[in-house]
Ligand binder design. Structure first.
Ligand code: NDP
Length: 247
C-alpha cells in the first residue's frame, strides 16, 4: 500500500542530476517529493513518469535558500505523506568568475543556495527523522569542494562547506540511526556543464582516467546505494563519482 512506502525528498529535481535521482528512487519504490524553484513544462512530464512507476509524486515549490519557503514545503510533504525517510540535498547553482572580478552578491548567492540551502532543508526535515529514529541524508557536494578550482571560489567554498556540514551532522545523529553522507560528482553532463565550450569539454574528458564525462545516472546510482540497506554501515563519508578525475 502506498501509505506504507518510504518517502524521498529531492531538492532541485526538475532537471539534471536531481531529476535522475528522483526517477531512480521512484524505481526503488519510494514515494517522491520533488522540490522545484521554477515550474517548467517538463515538471508535469516528470511527475507522470514517476507515477507510472507505481509510486506517488508530490511536487513542492520553494527556493531552498529561503527558510520560510522550505518550512512551508516540508510541512506540505508531511501533511501529504506523514514521513520523510530520505533527503537528497541536490539543488545547486554556479556563478563562476575569478575572485578579482567576483561581486559580493555572486559569492553570497552561491553560498546561500548551495550551503545555506542544505542547512535550511535539513534543519526542517531532521526532527521527523529523529522521531522516527531512522533516516538517510545525501548531500550533493563536488570534487571541487575537495580540490578547489580557479574561477570557482564561491562554488568550491560552498561545496567544501557541505562536506564539513555532512561530517558534523553524521556525528550528531548517528545514535538515532540516521546516516549522512556526501557525494562528490566530477564532470557530469547536465545544463550546468552544457554552457562550457565543446573544446573545453573535450579537453576535460581527455584528462579524466575513464575518458568520458559522467552521466546523471552515474550519480543517481550512488545515491540509490547510499539510501539502501546495503550501505547501513556507511556514514560521514564523501564519495567521489568522477571517473577517477580526483585521485
Ligand atoms: P542543473 O543546473 O542541471 O540543475 C540544478 C537544479 O537545482 C535545477 O532543478 C534548479 O532548478 C535547482 N535549483 C537551483 N537553485 C535552486 C534553489 N534556490 N531552490 C531550489 N532549487 C534550485 O545542475 P546539475 O543537475 O548539474 O547539478 C545538481 C547538483 O550537482 C548541484 O548541487 C551541483 O552543484 C552538483 N554538481 C554537478 C556537477 C556537474 O558536473 N553537473 C558536478 C559536481 C556537482 P531551477 O530550474 O528552478 O533553476
Amino acid at each position: 500500500m502506498s501509505e506504507e512506502k518510504k518517502v524521498a525528498l529531492i531538492t532541485g529535481a526538475t532537471r539534471g542530476i536531481g531529476r535522475e535521482i528522483a526517477l531512480t528512487l521512484a524505481e526503488e519504490g519510494y514515494n517522491i517529493a520533488l522540490n522545484y524553484r521554477k515550474a517548467n513544462e517538463e515538471l508535469e512530464t516528470l511527475r507522470k513518469e514517476i507515477e507510472e512507476k507505481g509510486v506517488k509524486c508530490l511536487a513542492v515549490c520553494g527556493d531552498v535558500s529561503n527558510f520560510e519557503e522550505v518550512e512551508k514545503f516540508v510541512k506540505e510533504i508531511i501533511s501529504e505523506f506523514g514521513r520523510i525517510d530520505v533527503l537528497v540535498n541536490n539543488a545547486g547553482i554556479t556563478k563562476d568568475m575569478l575572485l578579482m572580478r567576483m561581486k559580493k552578491e555572486d559569492f553570497e548567492s552561491v553560498v546561500d543556495v548551495n550551503l545555506v540551502g542544505t542547512f535550511n532543508v535539513t534543519k526542517n526535515v531532521i526532527s521527523y527523522m529523529m522521531k522516527a529514529r531512522s533516516g538517510r541524508i545525501v548531500n550533493i557536494s563536488s570534487v571541487v569542494g575537495i580540490s578547489g578550482n580557479a574561477g570557482q571560489t564561491n562554488y568550491s567554498a560552498s561545496k567544501a562547506g557541505i562536506i564539513g556540514f555532512t561530517k558534523s551532522l553524521a556525528k550528531e545523529v548517528a545514535s538515532r540511526n540516521i546516516n549522512v553522507n556526501a557525494v562528490a560528482p566530477g564532470f557530469i553532463e547536465t545544463n550546468m556543464t552544457e554552457v562550457l565550450k565543446e573544446e573545453i569539454k573535450e579537453e576535460i574528458a581527455k584528462s579524466i582516467p575513464l575518458k568520458r564525462m559522467g552521466k546523471a545516472k552515474d550519480v543517481a546510482n550512488l545515491v540509490k546505494f547510499l539510501v539502501s540497506e546495503d550501505s547501513s554501515y556507511i556514514t560521514g563519508q564523501v564519495i567521489n563519482v568522477d571517473g577517477g578525475m580526483l585521485m
